[in-house]
Design a protein around this ligand. Structure first.
Ligand SMILES: Nc1ncnc2c1ncn2[C@@H]1O[C@H](COP(=O)(O)OP(=O)(O)O)[C@@H](O)[C@H]1O
Ligand SMILES: [Mg+2]
Length: 306
């Protein structure tokens, strides 16, 4: 069996201030955040739903049975730079506060694998789920969960590509099957384990994976108001005029066939580029931002190749 260090990046205990701040800074995801909190809380501690039914409906609620065998899987799909990884790795802070329990964040080391030996992907996935069962059992008991474990499978594009996709090698199919088996083994196991799968390709996602997901969240590029909010946040303290911010919002929006900026185009390219223009000799000016917003190309839209 693969050791924990080979399966996962270092495990992180949440809440933790850096990730908490990152969670709070994510814009336009309020409904996703709320749904995620409720879904994850119920998966982690199903007794909460029973308690709710007793309080508000006197107990006997047929709908409760619908929740019993759900697979603890959330799919985050959508454009690059739209906050999938940021949310997957930070919503545990909110969950920890909501449940008053520690939350442990496990991130599967997937990106470094995949092209290796036949069976490597399969055993990696299998071992990861076995490990989650073990840690899940360790923190669950008759009084309910003492902690929640979140497993994030990021950049899972290759792993969960449709089994029908052509030119797929045997090894990739085995990865999908191993993932499905892992998810099925968690469904109904009553362990406080939640799996989040992130992918840039909604279209190529295996239908069997989609079907199992308790919820699929689609992430998109920011609209005008969201770009305004992100820019206002990112430009704080730089003394940029409000009308300049509005102009940049305009310049970074979609035009005709050209897509608008992604969230990360704003936070990781535009604003840092403005700072680097000015640093170390002078302050950032409104013209820096306007010139860069004209000049930088938004990240191209990911085209599904099928
Ligand atoms: N909804 C958002 N609100 C604010 N900033 C965002 C948002 N989405 C992405 N960002 C910024 O872009 C960066 C990269 O996002 P990330 O979560 O890695 O994107 P993805 O995983 O979807 O490709 C984040 O660290 C953050 O600075
Ligand atoms: Mg990502």
């Amino acid at each position: 069996m693969t050791s924990q260090d080979d399966l996962f990046h270092p495990v992180i205990e949440l809440p933790e201030p850096t990730r908490r701040a990152r969670y709070d800074r994510l814009i336009g995801l309020d409904s996703t955040k709320l749904r995620l909190r409720k879904e994850a809380a119920l998966l982690a501690d199903p007794r909460r739903l029973q308690a709710w039914a007793v309080t508000h409906h006197g107990g006997d609620v047929a709908a409760l049975t619908l929740f019993v065998d759900r697979a603890p899987l959330f799919v985050f799909a959508g454009d690059v730079g739209s906050g999938k990884s940021a949310l997957a790795e930070s919503f545990g802070c909110d969950l920890a506060d909501f449940l008053s329990l520690p939350v442990y964040l496990y991130r599967l080391k997937l990106a470094t694998r995949g092209s290796g030996l036949v069976g490597e992907m399969t055993s990696l996935i299998g071992d990861a789920f076995t490990h989650m069962h073990m840690v899940g059992r360790r923190v669950s008991g008759p009084q309910g969960a003492r902690a929640v474990q979140i497993l994030v499978v990021d950049e899972a594009d290759a792993l969960v590509q449709s089994r029908e996709a052509q030119q797929m090698h045997h090894e990739d199919r085995a990865g999908v099957d191993a993932f499905l088996a892992g998810i099925d083994s968690l469904a109904g196991a009553q362990l406080p384990v939640v799996v989040v799968l992130c992918t840039n390709r909604l279209g190529a996602l295996d239908p069997a994976v989609m079907r199992r997901a308790a919820a699929t969240f689609t992430f998109a590029r920011p609209d005008d108001a969201q770009r305004h909010a992100v820019l206002t946040q990112a430009l704080g303290g730089l003394d940029i005029r409000p009308e300049t911010v509005r102009k940049v919002v305009e310049l970074t929006g979609p035009t005709g066939i050209c897509p608008g900026y992604t969230f990360s185009d704003l936070t990781q390219r535009l604003v840092p580029a403005a700072v680097f223009r000015a640093f170390p000799d002078r302050p950032v000016t409104d013209d820096d931002l306007l010139a860069l917003a004209e000049e930088l190309e938004p990240t191209p839209v990911f085209i599904e190749e099928r």
